[in-house]
Design a protein around this ligand. Structure first.
Ligand code: DQA
Length: 148
């Protein structure tokens, strides 16, 4: 029986969604995304935990503590995506299936956003669909866990 709990982890500055560069990240707030995902998860018999931190070590701790408690991780590591070996190593260590999420299409933006140090250790990446990136990732996670 798989764990019907999904951890949604968010990195630096994502708490500012809604007011932060809305032309890139849209006007939906962080609280709105949480509410949408929570409802969708619960309707399908899943629980989600939503965490945001601007601090790399807090995200590493969350990933470490997820072992045995969560069946899936949805990770928008924000700027840490591009350089945090610590977050990459934590994902690799816990062996929990993980989907990398980005609101914006990182590949169509500045060159430093084209590279993800996390991508090689996750199942896959969803980028460029606004908050639908989160919803698509949640749907995939739920489907995978239901089939486990
Ligand atoms: C982001 C893309 C990152 O490059 C950026 O640093 C972010 C948000 C996204 O969701 O589009 O903070 O992860």
């Amino acid at each position: 029986m798989s764990l019907k709990k999904i951890l949604v982890l968010n990195g630096p500055n994502l708490n500012l969604l809604g007011t932060r560069e809305p032309e890139i990240y849209g006007s939906t707030t962080f609280e709105d995304i949480y509410a949408i995902l929570k409802t969708r998860a619960e309707e399908n018999g899943f629980e989600i935990e939503f965490v945001q931190s601007n601090i790399e070590g807090v995200l590493v701790n969350e990933i470490q503590n997820a072992r045995g408690n969560f069946g899936f991780i949805l990770l928008n590591a924000a700027a840490f995506t591009h350089y945090s070996i610590a977050i990459r190593d934590a994902i690799s260590a816990v062996e929990i299936p993980t989907i990398e999420i980005h609101i914006s299409n990182v590949h169509a933006r500045e060159e430093f956003r084209h590279h993800s140090v996390i991508a090689p250790v996750v199942m896959g990446q969803i980028a460029g669909f606004g908050i639908d990136s989160y919803i698509a990732a949640l749907d995939i996670a739920m489907r995978r866990l239901d089939n486990d």
